[in-house]
Design a protein around this ligand. Structure first.
Ligand SMILES: N[C@@H](CCC[C@H](N)C(=O)O)C(=O)O
Length: 291
């Protein structure tokens, strides 16, 4: 039997099992990921993040061709054993983990380029947590979203921030609280690669000092309902701004069941980017015997 040394971490309650495998020698299979994420028979988490050198994975080699400084790759897996392009909470926790393990040593206000399946992502190490530039975002299709707790399907807006989301605005907090996200929401038409489903309502006071405040629940592709989804928070703010029109600001505060995340839209030479700011916590280390 072999053993795996891991660290458990989370970002606003979106939790991950992290481990270091610099040369990519661990045979990380969907079965192993499902075992590690199992909250009864394994460790329990929404996903697994392997710290692997970019040069050790084919996807990482592609990243290095664009950004030779992106030494480390976030090999992110959902709890059901599928891989995802990007994880907004995960990339902050991953950065914190790399620093904690002494694998990188950025100064405060340094930007660390990391490889992901969505491409290179720059993470800024700040005094108030970590900020990741999620890059350019893209408007997707409108889809009808049905969920237990909603009497009729509602229109949802597709937003891509490296990974796919469909955002639905609900009437009020009571409607948000009444959703049963133990059951997966469905989309019409069905997105070929699936999607994360965000449900969002405005806070009692939407605008405070130029920042828009919204509240969100999420059903993640490959996981189920989670306490937070970073890319989902960015998608929710982008969809809300899209529907709200010109009077909507570019600074957003998104309350999720596990805490609060900041989202900001900003212009760059290649088009508008969106960034995500929030905490990252490492809560314990352990060793698990692998079946
Ligand atoms: N929780 C993550 C998103 C993880 C991937 C997602 N489930 C997918 O399949 O796209 C986040 O914080 O962004």
């Amino acid at each position: 039997m072999t053993a795996l040394t891991f660290t458990k971490g989370h970002g606003t309650g979106n939790d991950f099992v992290l481990f270091t495998d610099p040369e990519g020698t661990v045979d990380l299979t969907p079965e192993l990921v499902r075992f590690l994420c199992d909250r009864r028979f394994g460790i329990g988490a929404d996903g697994v993040i392997r710290a692997v050198r970019s040069r050790a994975l084919p996807e990482g080699t592609d990243v290095l061709a664009v950004e030779p400084e992106a030494e480390w790759f976030m090999d992110y897996w959902n709890a059901d054993g599928t891989v995802a392009e990007m994880c907004g909470n995960g990339v902050r926790v991953y950065t914190h983990y790399l620093i904690n393990e002494g694998l990188v040593a950025p100064e405060r206000s340094d930007t660390l380029p990391l490889g992901t399946r969505a491409g290179v992502r720059d993470v800024l190490v700040g005094a108030a947590g970590y900020t990741v530039d999620l890059g350019r975002w893209r408007l997707g299709k409108e889809r009808l979203v049905a969920s237990q707790g909603l009497s009729v399907a509602r229109p949802g807006l597709g937003i891509e921030v490296g990974n796919p989301h469909v955002v639905t605005v609900l009437a009020d907090q009571a409607e948000l609280d009444g959703l049963n996200l133990d059951v997966a929401p469905t989309f019409e038409p069905v997105p070929a690669a699936g999607a994360n489903a965000e449900f969002v309502v405005p806070a009692e006071q939407l605008l405070v000092n130029g920042v828009a405040h919204i509240t969100m629940r999420v059903f993640e592709r490959g996981v189920g309902e989670t306490l937070s989804c970073g890319t989902g928070a960015a998608a929710a703010a982008l969809a809300f701004r899209h529907w709200g029109g010109d009077q909507m600001p570019n600074s957003w505060s998104v309350t999720v069941p596990g805490g609060r995340l900041g989202v900001r839209m900003f212009a760059t030479e290649e088009g508008e980017h969106v960034s995500l700011t929030g905490p990252a916590e490492l809560v314990y280390r352990g060793t698990i015997d692998l079946p």
